[in-house]
Write a protein that binds this ligand. Sequence first.
Ligand code: MN
Length: 742
Amino acid sequence: MENTLDIPKYTMNEEEEKKEILRKYRALLRALKPKLKPGSKEQVRVAFEIAAEAHKTSRRKSGEPYILHPLAVAMICVEEIGLGVRSTICALLHDTVEDTDITLEMISREFGPEIAKIVDGLTKISNVLDANSSQQAENFKKILLTLTDDPRVILIKLADRLHNMRTLGSMKREKQLKIASETVYVYAPLAHRMGLYNIKTEMEDLAMKYMEPDSYHYIAEKLANTKRERTRYINDFIRPIKEKLINGKFDFEIYGRPKSIHSIWNKMKKKGVSFDEVYDLFAIRIILNSPPEREKEDCWKVYSLVTDEYNPSTERLRDWLSNPKSNGYEALHTTVMGPHGKWVEVQIRTKRMNDIAEKGLAAHWKYKEGTSEENRFDKWFQQIRDMLAAQDTNSIDFLQDFKLSFLAEEIYVYSPKGDIKMLPSGASALDFAFAVHTAIGEKCIGAKVNHKLVPIGHKLRSGDQVEIITSTKQKPKSEWLKMVVTTKAKSKIKDSLKEEKRTIAEEGKSILQRKLDGLGVPMNQANLEEIINFYKLNSSLDLFYDIAVKKIDLRELKDFQVLGDKISAPKIVKPLVEEKALTTLKKDKKDNELIIFGESSDKIMYSLANCCKPIPGDDVFGFVTQGEGLKIHRTNCPNAARLLANYGHRVVKTKWVKNKEISFLTGIKIIGLDDVGVINKITNLISGTLKININALTIEAKEGLFEGNVKVYVHDKDELDDLVSNLKALPGIESVERYDTE
Ligand code: MN
């Protein structure tokens, strides 16, 4: 993979630039050649010329001429996604409407309305009026709206994003974080859903490179260092299988493929193991060239050959031949015990399946032509269309909802009659009920899963057979919202609850009316707002409802001041202690400065996020919260991706300034050999030699090993790193690791 972190300074003169642009353009035409029809080459040229002229004066952050970006995006569309002429034209024009004088009308006149529509879908929304909703969510929604007309929009958008990720090195740090976060949060799962595995993997790896550079480089280096050893193992593993395949007269390809850095990192985190303990650093892939009618049979024959040689794990057989994933993925996966007792994953598929696995949607279309197979993508698009029609447009939860119900891995469950339903993983019996029919969902009181009675919130697993039990007396409840993940179930439950709430609220409204009559003031907007704010509610509906269900006792109304026909709430004095403690910035005393925020560094209230406990020196960003001032998070905080992707506009650039007067509590976990005097050695080093204050220390010994947890006060990350490396140097210490104190 190219190293985008250290891009060389851009040095090219105008002449060289022109040559480079032409070279890229010709390469694009060559790649497109098999798809060119008479006249279409001319159209591509016109699109290229329009784009080149329009972007003539602009440059990318790296210093390159801007036109190289649309050219690269078009190339990704053709080579890596397998799209054709029209998509190439759209990719070339994708940034013109947003950044130059070109208008959609001009594009429509030149290339027709279909292309204009796709380009429109690719044009970002620049003026978002509602400052509260995330601009990213709005843009994303717009892409989806167009996607439902033409899926190519999303594919070109993914190509655009991939190229931006590949060239992220020249962006500012906070931009890098924001773009990388969005990418892991939305675009990589979307690429996955579109069946573009290679693009998904590259996006995740690139995002990790910017969000967690240390871990990224650590794993990359480890992978490089162990490559020879791995290659030898793979060859040993493959040899006997290859022989069998040749004897069986198969037309095949077999190779070992390393797993991505990001997926290895995920395994390490999820299972809490070190790099050396991750067993599946690679997978073996067998690709068969089989005629359509023999595909399935051949795959199973090869499975049988492989498992004759190596013992399979019974739990790890995945049959996506009989039930392809909804993104079109078909293959047979098994995990077998290889030489030296190592588990090895083997993936068996045909060339056609491999094309679909790599090029996703576009390849799917190619193979679909002439077959009567029902298109899983069409089904998925229809579901998105339904969701967009049902959503109220301002929902800030939009991205979250979309992710949960459309980008999650999926499970298959069966109705008692054997009909199959696909649901996102995490779906409950109640989700299934709503998927069958709204009326069944609303009346659901329980379910039988594999003939056993379960509650409605029961989480389903792939292969479950589900029978829903209903009662005419049942109706949706607000707790149900926590039991479902599909948008369909959620929006139907919300609709029904709102209806009921409105009916109940009517009663609260008349109670309030009587009280206000008693005070001699009218129930107008101003007075209602005063009361709503006082009780910290969101709407008059909430107020009426809370009154009706007696959650609000209107006794406090007597403390309101009445002036003419206006009422005003009594002032509440809030304790200010906490805020005071956070004000540590003093502009005049430079040495005391803790953090500088952006350009102006006047008094700013901030606090350190509890989720990741940053200390000075950590890679951090500031996040403007509602009501709690600025929160400082580590960039590798578990919440970082979600915050950055959804609320990029609330992220503030932060950096640490050397500070020796304020200390931060942090924890380190030490594992080593249990030895007399080990506690002494550790405490001597920490508080004696390094003069660091210990806040708490616990040591537990077990079977010759000890695990120590030490909480210490350090000034910054340098001091902590120093402490960690000193501890590691002590005899008998196995590992030293930082953890977040509670
Ligand atoms: Mn672009």
